[in-house]
Structure formats: structure tokens, C-alpha cells
Design a binder for this molecule. Sequence first.
Ligand code: G3P
Length: 222
Amino acid sequence: MTADFHLYLDSADLGELRACLPHPVVHGVTTNPTLLRRAGVSRRELPALLHECLALGARQVQAQVQAADAQGMLDDAHRLLADFGPGQLVVKIPATREGLRAGAQLGAAGHPVTYTAVYAPEQAHFAATLGAAYAAPYLGRLEDSGIDGLALVAHMQSLVVRTGAPTRLLVASVRSREAYLALLALGVGAVTIPPRLLPELLDHPATLEAERGFLADAQALA
Ligand code: G3P
């Protein structure tokens, strides 16, 4: 894993996160209200979940605002940030008109921001021009809607790189190893995957088979 790529786990389910963390290839954990609801985590329990992820070795955690207007988003963001040290929490904000307003203020105050639900190249470009840490397009959902998701992500990537901003695309809704590899080939700076995909990336059957052979031979050495 190079410093230029961040692999995240996209989950609010502590059971599945505990099965993966800590591991040095995992940079952090991303959550959103849908994942929280699916995992049965309440609004009140969110900070504790995020702290548990950090205790498990996540270097950064990401949590989303739950308001639609810029002031409400900023209030949510400051409530979340109050519980964390500098750089530990990245605030996720949908890439709406109001979201860009709120994110710009947070960014100007030095807080890392992820603009999420990014569906169009211009949204990724705005994220970069505002100095976002991340812009998150949803590959699987783009493809569900009949769009060539990889081509669109490639377009976003070229626009973001051209701004010279340190913004990384953080591609979410990644549902297969093949999609993950295709994103690496595009040079995106970050990907978030469901934890169920991690074993497919870490535990290659041929490597395990080779290791079994080596271990058996090591045992048999004089
Ligand atoms: O972070 C977005 C992700 O949770 C959506 O994934 O597979 O439900 O589209 P999916």
C-alpha cells in the first residue's frame, strides 16, 4: 500500500469491521445514514461507533451530516467534530448546492471534507476547486442506472487531477474485485469497499495453497 492510495471499509456494522480490523492495508472506515440504519446504530451511538473504529486501528473515520441546509449541515459537522482530534474525522456532505456551501466553510476552517453522492464530473470538479479531501462517486449505482460508471469516474479523475488540488476520488458502491481493480487502473486515490470484499483482496487461494506447501516442507526439513 502506498501513501497515495486510501482503502476504506464502508460499513457501520461493528461485527463485520472487527473481522477486518486492524489491518495495515485499511486506511479507515466510511459510514452513511443508510449503513447506520442497516446496522441498527442510532444517531446517539454514532460517535461511540466511530471511536471504536479508531480503537480498532482505523486511521480516519468518515460520518455524514444529516441535514439538507447549509447551516444544519454545519451544526451537524461541528457536533461530530467536537468528539475527535484533528484529522481523525472526515465530514461527509452530499454534493448539493447547500452541501458545497457548508463544505467550503468547513474546508476553509481546516476540516477535511468528503463530498458524497457525486454523480457528475462537474460535482467532482467543484469538490476539487473547494479543496475537498475526497469526492465520492457511487460506481455500482451509476452502473445500475445504465451509465458507464467507469468511464464517468475516469472523466472525474482527469478533471480532479487537472485542478492540481489534493482531492482524491473516493469511489463507493464498489461491489466486486473486478470493479476494485478497474478503479486502481484508473488511478483513483481512494476506494471504499464493503467488508465482505476484503478477504477476496487479501486471501488469494493460490497464495494460501503455496504457503501450505512451504509450511509442510518446513516441518519436514532436517
Ligand atoms: O457508500 C455508498 C454505498 O454504501 C452504496 O453501496 O452497493 O448500496 O450502492 P450500494
